[in-house]
Design a protein around this ligand. Structure first.
Ligand SMILES: *Cc1c(COP(=O)(O)O)cnc(C)c1O
Length: 388
């Protein structure tokens, strides 16, 4: 019997989610309507911040947060290399220079000492990423930012619902960003959200996502009125089309309404992997319980022991693929990507380089069955055991 393949990730879309999207399609408001406002309010309330602005992706959110905070050519922004490439790309979109700092080998988040060593007179900001949904060392990084007068942008794209001392990740910095690509904890297909305590910053980001307009009523629902001037074609500054459609906002709202059960399900999947694999001396597993923090499980990334090389890891991944099991290479460091050839020798990142050679993301999604988890674990142990 050929067993069905197990994907790395899979969106969890229910009939209620589908109904929510379809009902928007029966209205005349397909963009800039009530679902956007509702989704923004619901996410702001969930995160515990006064303002949220929906955008077309997490990357768009990073771009607009940097732009609205005044990051510009001549500035340096410190970022991890052990993360998704959009983090560094967004810095380049505003003409600034990403500067890479190394990570802590245990948390896989920015190492404050490495960040401090990367600061120069041109450094203006720091992007703090909560990698794989595990909160970064926010107290130390905020303290460092305060001492050096740096802005803090929190990339919480992998960490919706994570907490530090009871406060949600994404709400500590000058701006925080969430993302809703299909592999994230909740999805809108494509989408993102910027959250902030600062009303003026939120207003500016809302204008920048809509071609630089401060009037954000949808054109499709405008009715002629002699009293109000039509300023739909007034553009205060150079903007972008980074809007999220009403269908996407309706999907986001429906998904957000289930987030507690989604995060609980993901935690139980992580615990099953952990219980099943913890005795294996070849593996280093992600921590499941951290004092004073709540994790939001984005992916389950294991690390092979120091006796394994990158070639061993890649061979194991190929053998798992041959057994119908997808895995991910989380992460390939940004400073070693061809798109970052000019940065290759600017950074000394020994932890990033050693960790990335031996990491592997296992299949992880809400609807994975217990038998599938067990099959992944059995296959993993088989491909790692020495051939005799
Ligand atoms: C997913 C993700 C993003 C945003 O990705 P989009 O595909 O643009 O939504 C940004 N940063 C990190 C760390 C991510 O994991």
């Amino acid at each position: 019997m050929i067993e069905p393949n197990i994907p790395l990730s899979q969106p969890d879309v229910t009939d209620a989610d589908i109904d929510a999207v379809v009902s928007v399609l029966r209205t005349p408001r397909l963009s800039l309507g009530p679902k956007q406002a509702e989704f923004e309010e619901a996410l702001a309330a969930y995160a515990g911040v006064p303002h949220a602005v929906a955008v077309s992706s997490g990357t768009a959110g990073l771009h607009l947060a940097l732009l609205a905070l005044g990051i510009a050519p001549g500035h340096e922004v410190i970022v991890p290399s052990f993360t998704f490439i959009a983090v560094a790309n967004a810095v380049r979109y505003v003409g600034a220079q990403p500067v890479f700092a190394d990570i802590d080998p245990e948390t896989l988040n920015l190492n404050p000492a490495s960040v401090e060593a990367a600061i120069t007179p041109r450094t203006r900001a720091l992007i703090v990423v909560h990698t794989f949904g595990r909160p970064a060392d926010v107290p130390a990084l905020l303290d460092l930012a305060r001492r050096h007068n740096l802005l803090v942008i929190e990339d919480a794209c992998e960490a919706i619902g994570a907490e530090i001392a009871g406060r949600r990740a994404g709400t500590f910095g000058d701006a925080g960003i969430f993302a809703f690509y299909p592999n994230k904890q909740i999805t809108t297909g494509e989408g993102g959200m910027v959250v902030t305590q600062d009303a003026a910053l939120a207003r500016r980001i809302a204008a920048l996502r809509n071609h630089g307009r401060y009037d954000c009523r949808a054109e499709s629902v405008r009715t002629p009125s002699p009293e109000t001037s039509d300023n739909w074609l007034e553009h205060a500054e150079l903007g972008f089309n980074y809007r999220l459609s009403e269908m996407q906002c309706a999907l986001g709202l429906a998904q957000l309404s289930r987030i507690d059960s989604i995060l609980a399900r993901r935690e139980s999947i992580a615990r099953r992997y952990w219980d099943r694999l913890r005795q294996n001396p070849d593996l280093r597993l992600p921590a499941t319980d951290i004092p004073n923090q709540r994790l939001s499980w984005f992916v389950f990334v294991i690390r092979l022991g120091p006796s394994f090389t990158q070639a061993d890891r890649d061979r194991a991944r190929r053998e798992l693929a041959a057994a119908g099991i997808a895995t991910g290479r989380y992460f390939a460091p940004i400073h070693l990507q061809p798109a970052y050839a000019a940065w290759r020798n600017t950074a000394d990142l020994p932890v990033t380089e050693s960790v990335t050679a031996r990491t592997m993301a296992l299949p992880f999604f809400n609807r994975i069955a217990d038998e599938q988890i067990d099959r992944v674990c059995a296959a993993l142990e088989r491909v790692l055991s020495p051939k005799t």
